[in-house]
Write a protein that binds this ligand. Structure first.
Ligand SMILES: NC(=O)c1ccc[n+]([C@@H]2O[C@H](COP(=O)([O-])OP(=O)(O)OC[C@H]3O[C@@H](n4cnc5c(N)ncnc54)[C@H](O)[C@@H]3O)[C@@H](O)[C@H]2O)c1
Length: 322
């Protein structure tokens, strides 16, 4: 049985990835410092869970014992905080990746799948963004992910390590309520939090050059994201070196359209309130998924309705948006 170390596996996406890998016959070991991970995502579900910090080389070296491949999801991910505290982001995201690569090198572990982000791209008016399009991140968060991708590419070439970096777009939904998204920065949990407080959800600007004036993003079900990791892992197992892929649905929805879909799901008409634009938001960001579909054979399956319905099921059980 192949053994995978999932770094950040108690997180929202990490738990989904670990679940899909476990159900596909992999032996999963999770390493997480629980800075944003949740016990309920692992207790009684995964039996090999190590509490450790990716910045602690000894922890990583020990956790890599008998491991064939690594999925690295551990990171700080709040774009706004990365602007006010870039040191924290470079330390955790770039430092963590560097530390993990050094430990993998020492232990001879040669397969890696890395969580990157659409935040690496430069603002663009193109209908959809492809992997070869310009990367000039607007935030330190995006910059730390791009630096990590580059670091992984260099090490992969020098050490014949096989790696894939997955640039996720906006991740929504959950396959079990226990795994739901507890992020305060993502649109759907933010709207749920406003509902729980009895307030109107906020829209950051309605004067963008888009059909309804609100920002357009590509939303992708976390189950599809988890399946993309399985495809990526199989690719690194075949010896594919240093590849980068977008993981999105290829469709764009505006913030207003998202709030309308949330209203349909919860059965109550929401009346959003327009506030000022957020710093560094781009009007539209939609993935081209041509490369991952043709090279890895992965395709997104879930609809927007399924994403929101499953996110709402998690919210109703755990109130994670509060
Ligand atoms: N959620 C999204 O929409 C989205 C979009 C693009 C990229 N990403 C990336 O995907 C990855 C997972 O995101 P998520 O939404 O599941 O976030 P998350 O915060 O739920 O998961 C990250 C996990 O890593 C752990 N962690 C953080 N720092 C650590 C450290 N130093 N040592 C060990 N564990 C540590 C946290 O406790 C958490 O369990 C991140 O790298 C994020 O940047 C997420």
């Amino acid at each position: 049985m192949k053994r995978v170390l999932v770094v950040g596996g108690a997180g929202y996406i990490g738990a989904h990835v670990s679940w899909v890998l476990q159900n596909s016959g992999y032996k999963v070991r999770i390493l997480d410092d629980f800075s944003n991970g949740l016990k309920r995502r692992v207790d009684g579900i995964f039996d090999d869970v190590v509490v450790g910090d990716v910045l602690d080389r000894e922890s990583i070296i020990n956790a890599l014992s008998e491991i064939d491949s690594v999925i690295h999801l551990a990171a700080k991910k709040a774009v706004g905080e990365s602007v006010t505290n870039p040191l924290k982001y470079y330390q955790h995201n770039v430092g963590g990746t560097l530390n993990l690569l050094a430990a993998m090198s020492l232990k001879g572990v040669k397969k890696l799948v890395f969580s990157s982000t659409a935040a690496v791209y430069s603002p663009s008016q193109k209908d959809s963004i492809a992997e070869e399009d310009a990367t000039e991140p607007l935030s330190p968060y995006g910059a730390t992910k791009l630096l990590s991708e580059n670091l992984i590419r260099e090490v992969s070439k020098a050490e014949e390590m096989s790696s894939v970096s997955l640039r996720y777009f906006n991740v929504v939904g959950s396959s079990k309520p226990e795994f739901g998204d507890n992020s305060k920065d993502n649109l759907v949990p933010k709207v749920f939090a406003a509902i729980a407080r009895g307030e109107s959800p906020e829209i950051y600007g309605d004067d963008y050059q888009t059909p309804d004036g609100t920002c357009i993003r590509d939303y992708i079900h976390v189950e599809d994201i988890a399946e993309a990791h399985l495809s990526a892992l199989k690719a690194v197992e075949r010896g594919q070196i240093a590849k980068v892929y977008n993981v999105g649905s290829g469709s764009g929805y505006s913030v207003l359209e998202m709030i309308k879909q949330i209203s349909r799901t919860i059965g109550t008409e929401l009346n959003p309130k327009v506030v000022g634009r957020r710093d560094r938001d781009t009007p539209r960001l939609i993935a081209s998924t041509r490369k991952i579909e043709s090279e890895l054979g992965w395709k997104p399956k879930s609809s927007l309705e399924e994403m929101i319905d499953s996110a709402w099921a998690a919210e109703r059980k755990y109130g994670i948006g509060v």
